[in-house]
Design a protein around this ligand. Structure first.
Ligand code: MN9
Length: 309
């Protein structure tokens, strides 16, 4: 049973990575470990099987197992939102119902992908999926899955049960517009980690993204600084976070995130092919050397980024 309402989703919410072994199998033990570690580090919620979680790399059964595993480990301590997006309404509904049964507190979905579905078809998809559970739906806007313009978002927001948007786009003035024209109760989660401060400045209620798997404390400080109008502090912290993000985007990004989590004490395994991995001890050692040099060049050990590496 869901324990949390949509307004309980706020603050720093990692889009949790999903640990796989090098042969591609889902590693539930590591999934439990990273969940426990992030809860202990004080994250405010979790977002499962989205882009970062490689949801589209997984079979429906594997997605369900991952959701079940994380919900059992979290055990109602923090809110959990599950990305249930798939191409067909039929499949998404099955994922949504299972997320509810597993104890998730909200569902989220990209629009149906691959074919150019009409706005009516997209609206029907969200209506059907949202009606299939009692959980709030958070629309996931990200260019990778096709555009959701303001008019369509406003139309979706007027439908019962659709209570927010995970907004991954650089057009942050629209976050302000959503809050003004759709209304302050429609929740907005800023999805571009490099623009968290800007998202919060324009009215976002929380942050959902990849880098909260590795630097949630830094982002908790950004949230606190923005809440207290300490703009210069927030900017300085965002600059540090962005150095980490831009450096990581030059590696194999999610594979590097997973190795960093391992160095921090909670191994997150590997990515599924065709994503690349640091498969050999030599490749991982080279990555570690690169991060050590980067950390020292930017004075990041002092702010807690891999201080013991
Ligand atoms: O929305 C993530 N986007 C993708 C979530 O995975 C495509 C973000 O958290 C980015 O990874 C992050 C770095 O660009 O902002």
């Amino acid at each position: 049973m869901a324990k949390f309402a949509i307004h309980d989703f706020k603050g720093v919410i990692p889009a949790l990575v999903t640990p796989f072994d090098l042969d591609g199998s889902l590693n539930e033990g590591l999934l439990r470990g990273i969940t426990a570690s992030l809860v202990a580090r004080g994250v405010d919620g979790l977002y499962l099987t989205g882009s970062t979680g490689e949801g589209f790399m997984m079979s429906p059964e594997e997605r369900m197992r991952a959701v079940e595993t994380v919900c059992a480990e979290v055990a109602g301590r923090i809110p959990v939102m599950v990305h249930v997006g798939a191409i067909s309404t039929y499949q998404t509904v099955a994922l949504a119902r299972q997320a509810e049964a597993a104890g998730a507190d909200a569902i989220s979905s990209v629009p149906p992908i691959y074919w150019p579905f009409t706005p009516d078809q997209v609206a029907n998809y969200y209506a059907d999926v949202t009606a299939s559970t009692s959980l709030p739906m958070v629309v996931y806007k990200i260019a990778l899955a096709g555009e959701i313009g303001f008019e369509l978002l406003a139309r979706l927001a007027a439908m019962p049960g659709i209570e927010g948007v995970k907004y991954t786009a650089p057009t942050h003035f629209e976050i302000g517009r959503i809050k003004t024209e759709i209304g302050p109760d429609f929740r907005v989660f800023s999805g571009a980690d490099e623009m968290a401060m800007s998202g919060l400045a324009f009215g976002a209620d929380g942050l959902i993204g990849s880098f909260y798997n590795i630097i949630p404390e830094l982002y908790a400080d950004i949230v606190a600084a923005m809440a207290e109008d300490r703009i210069a502090d927030a900017k300085a912290l965002q600059d540090k976070a962005n150095a980490i993000i831009f450096f990581t985007l030059k590696q194999y990004p999610m594979s590097a995130v997973k190795r960093i989590m391992a160095w921090q004490g909670a191994d997150a395994g590997y990515c599924r092919k065709p994503f690349d991995n640091y498969e050999t001890p030599e490749a991982e050692a080279a990555l570690k050397d690169a991060y050590r040099a980067f950390r020292d060049a930017h004075g990041l050990a002092e702010i807690g980024f891999l201080p013991d590496l």
